[in-house]
Design a protein around this ligand. Sequence first.
Ligand SMILES: Nc1ncnc2c1ncn2[C@@H]1O[C@H](COP(=O)(O)OP(=O)(O)O)[C@@H](O)[C@H]1O
Ligand SMILES: [Mg+2]
Length: 145
Amino acid sequence: MPRPTTFHSASVAQTKVLGKNFGKNIRTGAILALAGPFGGGKTTFVQGLASGVRLGRKIVSPTFVKMASYAIPNTDRRFYHLDLFHLRSRSEFRELGLSEILKNTRDIVIIEWPEKVKAWLPPRTHWIHFAHDPKNAKTRIIQIR
Ligand SMILES: Nc1ncnc2c1ncn2[C@@H]1O[C@H](COP(=O)(O)OP(=O)(O)O)[C@@H](O)[C@H]1O
Ligand SMILES: [Mg+2]
């Protein structure tokens, strides 16, 4: 992304469309850090993204398993979806094998709660920030940096 772009999404459907369009254009080896509070729309965006890359699978929040990995049909790429909210220690980070996953330049890696591993994310990581709109409970402000 050349410069920050801000979207105001007025519904779950719109957030999914944003994710889908992002997914259609996503580069091989992309790492996405989705930052922002609970209910900000991160997982909703990932659901759209999954359809944009034709994953052919329904994405659910991987909160309790921390990481879910899917083969992208008709490609040799994988789609990793991590939710690091519950990540507590450096050894848990090591157990996940995330540093190996981050080295690859072929798969797609999406990380919710990326602040937890900020120091380990490569500079090429794309950051997307999600926020509630204080003026409208149905709106999410999504900034792609
Ligand atoms: N414009 C919107 N975009 C995305 N989610 C929205 C929107 N408006 C309301 N919501 C609600 O906010 C919540 C977003 O949940 P989720 O995508 O799981 O967020 P996160 O992964 O950031 O915690 C859902 O309950 C959804 O119904
Ligand atoms: Mg989530």
